[in-house]
Design a protein around this ligand. Structure first.
Ligand SMILES: Nc1ncnc2c1ncn2[C@@H]1O[C@H](COP(=O)(O)OP(=O)(O)OP(=O)(O)O)[C@@H](O)[C@H]1O
Ligand SMILES: [Mg+2]
Length: 419
């Protein structure tokens, strides 16, 4: 087994485990997403609840007196299965973070652009430089920041997010840097600012473009010296945090217009991650919609089973200006409002007509399908032409011809740029 892979197989010695113990272990085992082997005998199976849990959780069951050779073989088989499941999860875009609230941070995406994003996240998580995350509103910038933190060496330390646009101007200074007792009227005691509170961890500065110019100076000073001064304090406090920043506005333009300091821009912009708009990976819409349907299934009527074909088609064609956030809101509302078995376009607040202004010709449909299939196969196979050719059952020469025809580069897009 390779060192960089997580622990692969779990062994559960049933011995004196009661149904109650097993019930408590159940969520942990499910979360581990690895095959589990139960070691025990028939006496552990008398209680129906125990039987249900063991049957549900285990990949195999062996008696306690099994010889070591048999157990070793079984473990090897389970490890092989786990390795396969791991590859499957990675390639099909479910980036499950090893966090307490893993559910919260699940990233869904099965397309080459999302695969690229996951790869970039892993790369930038391995270093400690500032990262600048760009992307339209609702695309998953904060989720990306969390994912970087969770995969970084700072994962055990705090992750703090501050929306620089949401705080009133007079409060930002003390919110970010803290203040000393008596620093201003109402400052009855010392307050630790968000930068200091994130010590050891990661600070995510959301909507950094909205940070007032005078605070940009203070932030730059912190980034250069790694010291802060609380408002009303003279002491330099050393703080070790990694800065991630995001904005949905064009920061280069803000620099040109003099609204954002160029030196700060360059400090923050060492590594870049761009989160794609939903319409640029529209093949993910269906899987995302089903994912959120599951996530909010406790809020729906029991008769509601899923999405109608028309709803899926209409979602596919819609432009999604609010991206994944808008998709979540529409699906959630539809789940509450829907009165039939399947969600219809009108439950989503989307028109049945109006998306069809440009009808694609059959030739265009074919071309698009060919390009999409090619990109998806390349993505799944890490741009290895041989593997993609094998999967699509064509020759390497055909793949090269199609790459030229569709103007697709032979190497994966550059995901990390150092400035
Ligand atoms: N690929 C994805 N898979 C699963 N959930 C996602 C994905 N992308 C975004 N989300 C979810 O969509 C919502 C919006 O994401 P997030 O808050 O990260 O976006 P944002 O780019 O920071 O938005 P804004 O610009 O409005 O601040 C969150 O609930 C997030 O968990
Ligand atoms: Mg955000």
């Amino acid at each position: 087994m390779r060192d960089d892979e997580p622990c692969q197989v779990g062994v559960m010695v049933l011995d004196d485990l009661t149904a109650q113990d097993l019930r408590q272990l159940e969520p942990l085992i499910l979360k581990s997403a690895s095959p589990w082997i139960a070691v025990g005998d028939a006496s552990n199976m008398e209680d129906p609840e125990q039987r249900r849990i063991i049957a549900h959780l285990s990949h195999a069951m062996v008696p306690a007196d099994t010889d070591i050779l048999r157990l070793t073989i079984l473990l090897e088989h389970a490890a092989e299965l786990s390795r396969l499941q791991h590859i499957e999860r990675e390639q099909h875009g479910l980036l499950v973070l090893d966090d307490e609230d893993a559910q919260e941070y699940e990233f869904v995406g099965t397309t080459p652009v999302m695969w690229q994003l996951f790869k970039t996240i892993r790369k930038v998580a391995a270093v400690d430089a500032p990262v600048f995350i760009s992307g339209e509103s609702g695309t998953g910038k904060e989720l990306t920041a969390q994912a970087i933190h969770e995969r970084s060496a700072r994962a055990e330390h705090p992750f703090h997010a501050i929306n620089c646009g949401a705080l009133p101007e007079h409060l930002i200074q003390s919110e970010l840097f803290g203040h000393e007792k008596g620093a201003f009227t109402g400052a009855q005691q010392r307050k630790i600012g968000r930068i200091e509170a994130a010590n050891g961890g990661t600070l995510f500065l959301d909507e950094i473009g909205d940070l007032p110019l005078e605070l940009q100076v203070n932030l730059l000073r912190f980034l250069e010296t790694r010291f802060i001064q609380r408002v009303g304090g003279l002491q330099d406090v050393s703080v070790d945090v990694r800065i991630l920043a995001a904005t949905h506005v064009n920061l280069e333009l803000a620099v040109e217009k003099g609204r954002f300091r160029e030196d700060l821009y360059h400090r923050l912009n060492v590594l870049q991650v761009n989160v794609p708009a939903l319409r640029d990976h529209s093949e993910d819409i269906e899987i995302l919609a089903r994912f959120f349907f599951e996530r909010f299934s406790s809020e729906k009527a029991s008769g509601l089973k899923g999405f109608s074909r028309e709803a899926l088609t209409v979602m596919q064609r819609y432009h999604w200006p609010g991206n994944v956030r808008e998709l979540i809101n529409r699906v959630r509302r539809a789940m509450v409002m829907c009165e039939s078995r399947l969600i219809r376009p009108e439950d989503l607040g989307l028109e049945r007509r109006g998306f069809n202004r440009h009808h694609m010709t059959l030739e265009e449909v074919r071309e698009k399908a060919e390009r999409d299939a090619l990109l998806a196969a390349l993505g799944r196979n890490h741009y290895r032409v041989n593997a993609a050719a094998k999967e699509l059952d064509v020759s390497r020469v055909t793949i090269y011809r199609l790459l030229d025809k569709h103007d697709i580069s032979r190497t994966p897009p550059e995901e990390v740029r150092f400035s």
